[in-house]
Design a protein around this ligand. Structure first.
Ligand SMILES: Nc1nc2c(ncn2[C@@H]2O[C@H](COP(=O)(O)OP(=O)(O)OP(=O)(O)O)[C@@H](O)[C@H]2O)c(=O)[nH]1
Ligand SMILES: [Mg+2]
Length: 360
């Protein structure tokens, strides 16, 4: 198939449409393409996998292995799985990412490295499916943290409770009751329970699976794909922990329409600038917090705290409030660290590794 630099939505190759190319993206492309040298043959594509320095991109003419940054200026966006990019022919590097198109949504976390920076895990997803195995130990803090991440991304959250065949129905119902604000689907791989429900929920959209290792993300991926596209592995006996089988974030085209991104299992995720999402996930606590006497109340010992009053009155659950406070502390610390990091960079010094105080 010949490549084209025109992207009129009507004439756009069918393959890209199946990967989620929209008229809005085509319009952006038409408006910004002028910046490229036509000799570089810029063509749109979706990043299906990112490795060190290179990535796989689905273009109209099929998958291509490309260099992930073509002399990218510092501060430009690094491509993430799910990104739409302009692939160009670089005279020195060969096929390379020339630009990353604006993202509609992005799952971001605090980079686990020593420098306080944001890391985009996946981009342009419509649904974030938080996958929890019913035979693994349940942590409300962990699940709520994943939901904060999902809300913060701008995508729609979905909770998938897997391995229903290993527990009694009451266990699934008890967890579902805790998640009053989320859509919950219960699945069981051996019987296929719930798989069609997930398929209907994600049809025609891009979904990413996130959750602990061993929670069954790749097993569900295979069920939805109708094929063994991903390797799966037994969990450890005793604590049902996974073995970190999946090692990269990878994008698949679903047979019935839509795109799926399977990811490696993660235990802890550091939030990044997710204030509105925390208020959303803890809307009950937040509603009381807005009644506190002091607007910067930390819901500790302050007088006139409506949150501690609600806990004392039995209206709010003390443990849920503790989880909310923990996230608020992390976000406040992060705000301080971002400032410190930026200040130090401006002075030409590496960012601090210690936790800075408020006065910086
Ligand atoms: N009984 C039962 N086992 C399941 C179900 N879903 C997954 N498993 C098993 O759980 C184990 C882990 O599943 P995976 O799909 O590899 O888990 P994962 O979330 O992809 O794990 P990582 O790639 O390590 O993050 C495998 O042995 C699966 O066969 C289920 O619904 N019921
Ligand atoms: Mg996996």
């Amino acid at each position: 198939m010949s490549r084209t630099t025109s992207s009129n939505a009507d004439e756009f190759p069918e393959l890209l449409g199946r990967y989620g190319w929209t008229p809005e993206r085509a319009r952006w492309w038409d408006a910004h393409l002028v910046g490229f040298d036509p000799a570089a043959d810029p063509r749109p594509g979706r990043v299906s996998r990112v490795d060190r320095g290179e990535c796989d991109v689905i273009t109209a003419s099929g998958p291509q292995r490309v260099v992930s940054d073509s002399q990218r200026a510092q501060g430009d966006i690094a491509p993430a799985t799910g990104d739409w990019v302009a692939v160009i022919d670089d005279p020195e590097l060969g096929p390379a990412v020339g630009a990353v198109l604006p993202r509609t949504t992005a799952i971001t976390r605090r980079d686990p490295g020593p420098v306080v920076v944001e890391q985009v895990l996946v981009a342009n997803v419509d649904v974030v499916a938080v996958v929890h195995a019913l035979d693994q130990s349940f942590s409300a803090a962990r699940l709520e943290r994943f939901l904060v991440l999902a809300h913060d991304s701008g995508a729609e959250p979905l909770v998938v409770l897997t391995k229903a065949d290993l527990v009694d129905a009451a266990a699934a119902a008890a967890i579902a009751r805790e998640l009053t604000d989320a859509t919950v689907v219960v699945t069981a791989a051996p019987t296929g329970e719930g798989v069609d429900e997930v398929r209907r929920f994600v049809a025609g959209r891009t979904v990413v699976f996130m959750g602990l290792s061993g929670s069954g993300k790749s097993t569900l991926t295979n069920a939805l794909m109708g094929d063994e596209v991903q390797v799966t592995a037994d969990v450890r006996e005793g604590d049902a922990r996974g073995r970190h089988t999946t090692t990269s974030r990878e994008l698949f085209l679903l047979p019935g329409g839509g795109v799926l991104i399977d990811t490696p299992g993660v235990r802890a995720i550091g939030v990044w600038d997710a204030w509105p999402a925390v208020h959303r996930v803890y809307a009950d606590v937040s509603a009381h917090a807005s009644q506190c006497r002091f607007s910067d109340c930390t819901h500790g010992q302050e007088p006139g705290c409506a949150v501690t009053a609600a806990v004392a009155a039995g209206t709010l659950d003390a443990q849920r409030v503790a989880r909310y406070r923990q996230l608020m502390i992390e976000l406040t610390e992060l705000d301080d660290q971002i400032d410190e990091s930026v200040r130090r960079q401006k002075r030409g010094r590496p960012p601090s590794r210690r936790r800075p105080g408020r006065s910086g």
